[in-house]
Write a protein that binds this ligand. Structure first.
Ligand code: OAD
Length: 252
């Protein structure tokens, strides 16, 4: 049986399936990834100047402007067939949990109702000092970082920066799901950033079949994992279509 057929057969018998996505799932929507040579955000921008609490404390307006630019990019982008296929998988499988490292909101726009956001969201904001959430509609995005009406602290995007812990509830829900899954799909992530990169290994140790969907082999592949080489926007719709075909064949 080839890799794809093994994945289909595992998905058909699984009671619980988990998918973890990274920047690659939004690449076909035109949202830049982080680590790809030339086009990745970290090839063009220094994360130490833009994605750390220290950078924000030094120059809140520069960090604010960069995140405003990223938010405008994702708001102009549309969900692609990979996002839509994952929303459809949630409807077809008995139990399905979607975990993302992305902050772009494209899974939700594609119809995924419940998404565990490990790294926060570009669409949410909070005070950097007292953590009060603040709503900032895209059309009323101020050019400079506003200040909190409660404590006077600067308002920041509610994303995880380097050196910061991940949101506790999201992290523990993600590891719980990884331990319970029979199939763990790791899609469009380089597998280099912890703790998200460990989810696949934890799931595999707990007995899941781990499947990587990526045009390049990710760093966190282990022996026994299946690697489906290609774009998420091509492979995930094939998985969906094949699942439906096999379902019909078995019904005959
Ligand atoms: P990376 O930029 O590290 O990796 C993107 C992955 O997507 C690479 O492995 C690509 O090969 C793959 N890829 C590119 N196009 C693809 C496509 N069409 N279909 C499938 N895969 C494709 O992004 P992440 O792994 O998401 O964190 O990075 C993890 C975290 O590092 C991010 O959430 C961000 C960053 O620093 C924070 O900002 C906290």
């Amino acid at each position: 049986m080839n890799g794809l057929e093994r994945v289909i057969s595992a998905l058909r018998s699984a009671q619980f399936v988990v998918a973890l996505t990274g920047a690659g799932v939004s690449a076909e929507s035109g949202v830049p990834t982080f680590r790809q040579a030339q086009t990745g955000l970290w090839a063009q921008f220094d994360p130490a100047e833009l994605a750390t609490p220290e950078a924000f404390a030094r120059n809140p307006d520069r960090v604010w402007a960069w995140y405003a630019w990223r938010r405008s990019l994702v708001e102009q982008a549309e969900p692609n067939p990979a996002h839509r296929a994952l929303a459809e998988l949630a409807r077809r499988l008995p139990r399905f949990t979607l975990i993302t490292q992305n902050v772009d909101g494209l899974h939700q726009r594609a119809g995924s109702a419940e998404v565990i956001e490990l790294h926060g969201s570009l669409q949410r904001y909070r005070c950097a000092i007292c953590a009060t959430p603040v709503a900032i509609p895209a059309e009323a995005h101020p050019p400079r970082s506003p200040v909190c009406v409660r404590c006077g602290g600067h308002i920041r995007p509610d994303v995880v920066w380097f050196g910061e812990p991940l949101p506790e509830a999201a992290l523990s829900a993600a590891f719980d799901a990884a331990r319970r899954a029979q199939v763990f799909l790791s899609i469009g992530t380089s597998g280099l950033v912890e703790p998200a990169a460990s989810l696949a290994r934890v799931s595999s140790r707990a007995g899941a079949l781990v499947v990587h969907v990526n045009p390049e082999q990710p760093a966190n592949m282990s022996a026994g994992d299946i690697y489906l080489c290609g774009r998420a926007g091509e492979i995930l719709p094939i998985i969906l279509a094949r699942l439906a075909e096999v379902g019909q064949e078995n019904a005959r």
